[in-house]
Design a binder for this molecule. Structure first.
Ligand code: ASP
Ligand code: MG
Length: 410
């Protein structure tokens, strides 16, 4: 007998027919002799609908109330799934975040899980029940309802799997697994049978949408094996697990892209100690997350600094930088929202050389200009003009042989 956590995303519970199908799948897992905890998202589109309602009532709704509102989406699906299971003759019980006792900090809309009390879950399981947990929500120490950030049901599932020491966390979604790149852009994209936590973490934060980034971080920390798979098929999906030696043989595992950042350049600031701190300090204070930063070599004692920020924060960031720029005597501030970041990811990069030059050559072969570059041990990202995004993804996917059969083994 195994303990399995199964998480079903919004499209998997989008209507009653699908909820019944989910119930059947859960029931089957139970009948195979496993203990099952299910975590559900809200019905597809529901969280956005609720957010729009809040915005309609007030342009700046209180964050606390927004979380109270958003948490209702998952309350609906958890109770409906429990009912569907009961209707099929299975003992099931729904539990909300506060009933499980998922404690978080008080950062509404992006709360971090601090602890999970497994005792209620364990008691229900011991009584033979299938427990259906509302994903995406918790409570802070004061008892306020909090939510865990968009896509946060993934995190609920992984965190519960960790707290209970589950054997497996299955994430059911509307795609077959994690792909070498977005199949909508590149038809040659293939399902990756097995990927390391580290690679998955990079892929998720660099644009792959299949798993919430924080859930992967959590899984890595607590070594929770994840199986990402489709709720509409029986096929195996992608296992996300600790790195093993077979993974290093593949140089590049995936190609990702992101278009949610813009680029800001502050021109000709003095190249002296403290200047970067004066520019990036106020941005940090304004809670603006700066991603890539490039500083050019200075010849005349002045330098250009270019960096990227989330598009939603562009206007605020430009305002701040223009102000600091004036104080520093900068020549001006330029900005460009029309960029894309394309990245290649793979643990094999650690042991293979020439990966970066191959990437640059591939982009050059299509006449794509690279505006910024950043690297880590297992990824290389390039900022390019947004209109070349799809072309760049395809050419990189091809250059690293990702469309070819049997470059990886399960
Ligand atoms: N319903 C939430 C969202 O749409 C959480 C989730 O689906 O994981 O972001
Ligand atoms: Mg999701």
């Amino acid at each position: 007998m195994a303990l399995i956590v199964q998480k079903f995303g919004g499209t998997s519970v989008a209507n009653l027919e699908r909820i019944r199908n989910v119930a059947k799948r859960v029931a089957r897992t139970r009948e195979q002799g496993n203990e099952v905890v299910v975590v559900v998202s809200a019905m597809a589109g529901e969280t956005d609908r609720l957010l729009a309602l809040a915005k309609e009532v007030s342009p700046r709704p209180s964050q606390r109330e927004v979380d109270v509102l958003l948490a209702t989406g998952e309350q609906v699906t958890s109770s409906l799934l429990a009912m569907a299971l009961q209707d099929m003759g299975f003992p099931a019980v729904s539990l909300l975040g506060h009933q499980v006792r998922i404690f978080t900090d008080s950062n509404y809309s992006t709360a971090r899980i601090q602890s999970i009390d497994g005792s209620r879950l364990e008691r229900e399981l011991k009584e033979g029940k299938i427990v259906v947990v509302a994903g995406f929500q918790g409570i802070d120490q004061e008892g306020n309802i909090t939510t865990l950030g968009r896509g946060g049901s993934d995190l609920t599932a992984v965190a519960i799997a960790a707290a209970l020491g589950a054997d497996l966390c299955e994430i059911y979604t509307d795609v077959e697994g994690v792909f070498t790149t977005d199949p909508n852009i590149c038809p040659e994209a293939r399902k990756i049978p097995k990927i390391s936590y580290e690679e998955m973490l990079e892929m998720a934060s660099l644009g792959a949408k299949v798993l919430q980034t924080r859930s992967v971080e959590f899984a890595m920390k607590y070594n929770v094996p994840i199986h990402v798979r489709s709720s509409f098929s029986e096929e195996d999906g992608t296992m996300v697990v600790a790195e093993d030696q077979s993974m290093e043989r593949v140089v590049v595992t995936g190609v990702t892209y992101k278009t949610d950042e813009g680029k800001i350049t502050i021109k000709k600031v003095p190249d002296t100690p403290g200047v970067a701190a004066r520019i990036f300090g106020p941005l940090a204070e304004a809670n603006i997350v700066v991603d890539m930063i490039v500083q050019n070599v200075s010849e005349d004692g002045f330098t250009d600094l270019t960096f990227t920020v989330p598009k939603g924060d562009m206007t605020r960031a430009v305002e701040i930088v223009e102000k600091v720029g004036k104080e520093l005597g900068a020549k001006g501030v330029a900005w460009d929202p029309d960029i894309a970041k394309v990245s290649i990811v793979g643990v094999g990069m650690r042991t293979h050389s020439g990966v970066a030059s191959k990437m640059f050559a591939a982009l050059a072969s299509e006449g794509i200009n690279i505006q910024m570059i950043s690297t880590s041990e297992i990824k290389i990202s390039c900022v390019i003009e947004a209109k070349y995004k799809e072309l760049a993804v395809r050419v990189l996917h091809k250059a690293f042989g990702l469309g070819e059969e049997a470059v990886q083994e399960a």
